[in-house]
Design a protein around this ligand. Structure first.
Ligand SMILES: NC(=O)c1ccc[n+]([C@@H]2O[C@H](COP(=O)([O-])OP(=O)(O)OC[C@H]3O[C@@H](n4cnc5c(N)ncnc54)[C@H](O)[C@@H]3O)[C@@H](O)[C@H]2O)c1
Ligand SMILES: N[C@H](CO)Cc1c[nH]c[nH+]1
Ligand SMILES: [Zn+2]
Length: 441
């Protein structure tokens, strides 16, 4: 039996509104010093003791009785076996989702390009996939076959040579759908490890876990903090923390639908954040009533309740324009525009990981099978980051191929600039290539 929901109410007309909103959004404060220190200790131990530390942390944090690292490695045949252990409906759903995610991501592929100048100089950009990518698939409080597809398919579309996946299996409970998804998406190697220790293993390598070039994927505070610390040793996609949803509603959508949309992200995590913004005060009351009515029907009521009470909010605004202003301030991971004419408001949205347009487009469709990626920037980072995509698994090299005449002309410009910087070797190196002119100093 759950206690009555006490979702926070904010009013944008309140003089302290900005302050209250800042407080509501401050997830970073959850990453306190003790989490940080614990993560640093875990990374150090994995760097120093490799597999032995991985085994110890997996026993400690995931409650697994494992004798050695061999127990934490799943061969490709195990993934294939999983495909035979799921129902036909599940396999079809995974395959359909995979096809749609692949089609969407194919469009993101960047190709190499070049152009030739009049004197024959060629300039261009060569696009190369990463050699090895590490995918973090969360598995602490729920299992995420959909996240396997969302991480692995863009990597494969990009042409990554080897895709290594890590996923925790708390108490040894292996989720067959997760492994089947890995099989369908073409993951090359799977390790059943999680948390900061898994991120450290991917970043630095151990006797068994190969060192990767980039670690991608969402996770809890330990995973997010570890990714922050290993950045530089490896690339990372973003810090994708607890899930978030911001619904902007004109007051005309069924309040039960909106309550359930808020629940859909709250059920991920006690730290998840679900916010509704509307210019209609009566509608906010109706959604609050729907929340109370529907909460006891939810399987994950405790998590939802904690998330809604601790980090949720119903925000009253003056009009739709102010609702959009608040949305841009929040820069949410998911933004539902549950309004009559979402296209009219779309041009005004500047910051959101993914935008769900209209009353029928529930965020859950995007989580599973619409096609776009569900690994999205959280905690306001949509101000500067984008959804996980093929571009995260490709890098670019510049190409410069000067003709004799091109080098000669560019040499004159480079010489002046280099001497202005007092970098004589640069100047003389360029000047050697100047044709029909006195070279050197
Ligand atoms: N943005 C996205 O695309 C997306 C997708 C799915 C899930 N999520 C989010 O990812 C998160 C998943 O979190 P989760 O916990 O379910 O799984 P997780 O895999 O991220 O974390 C589980 C691991 O955390 C470590 N851990 C747990 N308690 C610890 C402790 N006290 N000390 C050290 N390590 C500890 C353990 O090693 C465990 O294996 C949720 O916040 C969810 O909202 C985001
Ligand atoms: N909403 C999550 C991203 O924040 C993704 C997900 C996976 N499964 C269900 N939802
Ligand atoms: Zn979700």
């Amino acid at each position: 039996m759950t206690a009555p929901t006490a979702i926070r109410r904010l009013n944008a007309a309140d003089p302290d509104f900005a302050h209250h909103l800042d407080h509501l959004l401050s997830w970073e404060s959850v990453s306190d010093d003790s989490v940080n220190q614990r993560v640093l200790d875990i990374i150090k131990a994995v760097r120093e003791r490799g597999d032995a530390a991985l085994v110890e942390f997996t026993q400690k944090f995931d409650g697994l009785e494992v004798a050695s690292m061999a127990d934490l490695i799943l061969p490709r045949e195990r993934l294939e076996l999983a495909l035979t252990r799921i129902t036909i409906a599940q396999r079809e759903a995974l395959e359909k989702a995979a096809t749609r995610v692949r089609s969407y991501h194919e469009k993101q592929k960047q190709d190499s390009w070049s152009y030739t100048e009049a004197d024959g100089t060629v300039l261009g950009q060569k696009v190369t996939p990463l050699d090895r990518a590490g995918l973090y698939v969360p598995g602490g409080k729920a299992s995420y076959p959909s996240s396997v597809l969302m991480n692995a398919i863009p990597a494969k579309v990009a042409g990554v040579t080897e895709v290594v996946m890590v996923v925790p299996t708390p108490r040894g409970e292996i989720n067959e759908l997760v492994l089947a998804a890995a099989c369908i998406a073409g993951v090359d190697r799977v390790f059943t490890i999680g948390g900061a220790q898994a991120v450290a293993a991917l970043a630095y390598g151990t006797e068994s876990v190969p060192k990767v070039d980039k670690v991608v994927g969402p996770g809890n505070i330990y995973v997010a903090t570890a990714k922050r610390h290993v950045f530089g040793q490896v690339g990372i996609d973003m810090i994708a923390g607890p899930s978030e949803i911001l619904v902007v509603c004109d007051g005309q959508t069924d309040p039960d639908w909106i309550a359930m949309d808020l629940f859909s992200q709250a059920e991920h995590d006690e730290d998840a954040q679900s916010i509704l913004v509307s210019p209609d005060a009566e509608f906010l009351d109706k959604v609050a009533a729907s929340i109370d009515k529907l909460m006891p029907t939810m399987e994950r009521a405790e998590i939802i309740q904690t998330s809604i009470n601790g980090r949720g909010a119903l925000i009253l605004v003056e009009d739709m324009s102010q609702a959009i202003e608040v949305a841009n301030r929040i820069a949410p991971e998911h933004l539902e525009l549950s309004v009559a004419d979402p296209l009219a408001w779309l041009p005004l949205i500047r910051h959101a990981g993914a935008i769900f347009m209209g009353r029928h487009t529930s965020e859950a469709l995007g989580d599973y099978c619409a096609g776009p990626n569900h690994v999205l920037p959280t905690s306001g980072t949509a101000r500067f980051s984008s959804p996980l995509g093929v571009y995260d698994f490709q890098k670019r090299s510049s190409i410069i191929f000067c003709s004799e005449q091109g080098a000669s002309e560019l040499g004159k410009t480079a010489s002046v600039l280099a001497r202005g910087e007092s970098l004589t070797a640069h100047a003389r190196s360029a000047e050697y290539r100047i044709v029909d002119q006195q070279k050197g100093e």
